[in-house]
Design a protein around this ligand. Structure first.
Ligand code: ADP
Length: 249
């Protein structure tokens, strides 16, 4: 039996400005299950990032309900790594703990253990300029994990990288999220990325966004995102999603 970790009920968002308003989301109903990896895709401007911003508490919803246990916490990883160039890799990863008054020995050890576990042990005292784009995204993910969130929100986490780096960081991010037993909600415009990484893909309509379809991704011998792209069912899902996004909107 799958456990729900987050429920969105009839979630609505309107942006008001002098000349009128934009209805960004017009009633999103969605259940997210523990340890799931869910991607949200849809045309540009359909409200994907708005969902993440509401869940991260950056903006208020207009209407609807977000049902989440009091003990369940949410972390947000942005498109760009936004690492501070003047802080070491370790100090960048400790920012969230500092801001929240949680920088104690135990939490620092936890962050160091994550950096070591995910191949950044030799870079604790280095600066972001010394790292590749892919490594910087790994640091950004570990910075988000420092606060031990149960749910990770990922807003196009690979979009700033070149194609080769995107593939390898997809594998890295996927591995870290699965190893650390997190639930992930990722926004992407890349169908291949969504199919290769996700348990379910949510398709939104054009603005005002509502859920158009939900695809459960069942791949034989599911493994890393890069290997999943070679699965015989991968192209089937890719084609269906491509048609759903491009033709019938
Ligand atoms: P997506 O991530 O799917 O590209 P967004 O969630 O960023 O779309 O935006 C959804 C809609 O809401 C867009 O039409 C956008 O212009 C509008 N919007 C987003 N943020 C704001 C804002 N702060 N003020 C006014 N309109 C906004």
């Amino acid at each position: 039996m799958k456990n729900k970790i987050l429920v969105l009920k009839n979630l609505k968002k309107c942006f008001h400005f002098d000349e009128g308003m934009t209805i960004a989301l017009n009633g999103i109903d969605l259940d997210i299950y523990k340890n799931e990896f869910v991607s949200i895709v849809g045309p540009s401007g359909c409200g994907k990032s708005t969902i993440l911003s509401i869940l991260a508490g950056l903006i208020n919803k207009t209407d609807g309900d977000i049902i989440i246990d009091d003990n369940t916490s949410i972390g947000y990883m942005l498109q760009t790594d936004s690492l501070f160039p003047w802080r070491t890799i370790l100090d960048n990863c400790l920012i969230g703990l500092e801001v929240n008054g949680l920088k104690n020995e135990e939490n620092i050890s936890y962050v160091i253990s994550l950096l070591e576990k995910y191949g950044l042990g030799d870079f604790l005292d280095k600066y972001p300029d010394n790292l590749s784009g892919g490594m910087r995204q790994r640091v950004a993910l570990i910075r988000t994990l420092a606060l031990k969130p149960d749910i990770l929100l990922l807003d196009e986490p690979m979009s700033a990288l070149d194609y080769q780096s995107r593939l390898s960081i997809s594998d890295d991010i996927y591995k870290i999220i699965k190893n650390e037993k997190k639930t992930a909600i990722m926004v992407t415009h890349d169908i291949a990325e969504a199919v290769s990484m996700s348990d379910r893909v949510i398709v939104l309509t054009k603005r005002p966004g509502v859920i158009k379809s939900i695809y459960e991704i069942v791949l034989e011998n599911r493994s890393t995102p890069t290997n999943n792209r070679k699965s015989k069912d991968f192209s089937k899902y890719y084609d269906v999603l491509w048609r759903d996004l491009d033709v019938h909107l």
